[in-house]
Design a protein around this ligand. Sequence first.
Ligand SMILES: Nc1ncnc2c1ncn2[C@@H]1O[C@H](COP(=O)(O)OP(=O)(O)O)[C@@H](O)[C@H]1O
Ligand SMILES: Cc1cn([C@H]2C[C@H](O)[C@@H](COP(=O)(O)OP(=O)(O)O)O2)c(=O)[nH]c1=O
Length: 196
Amino acid sequence: MGKIIVLEGLDKSGKTTQARLLFDYLNDKYPGQIDLFSFPDYSTKIGEEIRSFLDGKVQYNPQTKHMLLSANRWEKKENILESLKSGKTIILNRYYQSNLVYGLANGLDFEWLSTLDRGMPKEDITIILDVSPRVSYLRSIANNFILDEFEKSREFLEKVRFNYLELAKVCNWNVLHSENSSDIIFKSILDIIGEQ
Ligand SMILES: Nc1ncnc2c1ncn2[C@@H]1O[C@H](COP(=O)(O)OP(=O)(O)O)[C@@H](O)[C@H]1O
Ligand SMILES: Cc1cn([C@H]2C[C@H](O)[C@@H](COP(=O)(O)OP(=O)(O)O)O2)c(=O)[nH]c1=O
């Protein structure tokens, strides 16, 4: 395969669930040939800083937040390139697309946001798991999740969803209705990546 597949969507849209299912499925089919990366990667120093502002423990202006979110990907550039060089397929649970849609919703400029990730490996396929902010919220409270700074406002999540759907039209992103069961969504993902 040797592809970069990006899973995107609102918080609690099912990205982690589907990334795991896809990893297990592909890794069975192509043993040792699949890597999975998630962003934000909270395990690094920059990741810890991201966790702190998402938890409201430190305050930054939107530019600084989105620069840190981008820097967190640059930290992983060599790891991603290494995987690609060895011919592996990479599944990304969020990538630069998150910074575009959330950054726009935070009032930042599209070109400025795009530049932050310019030079990072380009994806082959982007799949947006589309759910309404209401479903995102209901899944959060059903699981007693604590809402982070970006998840607290329904109006903000409406903007993020709008941005996903608008950018999907011009950026060739696949939009998948994701309020169905995990099984149905997973089958559609396999269809999109041509692995059915
Ligand atoms: N298709 C689905 N239908 C109902 N609940 C789901 C579905 N997919 C995931 N969930 C649940 O929603 C919550 C968020 O899922 P998760 O995969 O962690 O989303 P994300 O990574 O996008 O935040 C979890 O509790 C998960 O079990
Ligand atoms: C990776 C990334 C995430 N985000 C936002 C989306 C989410 O609201 C928030 C945290 O990501 P999230 O996927 O919700 O992390 P977790 O599920 O582990 O809590 O950061 C950006 O704005 N830009 C980015 O580049």
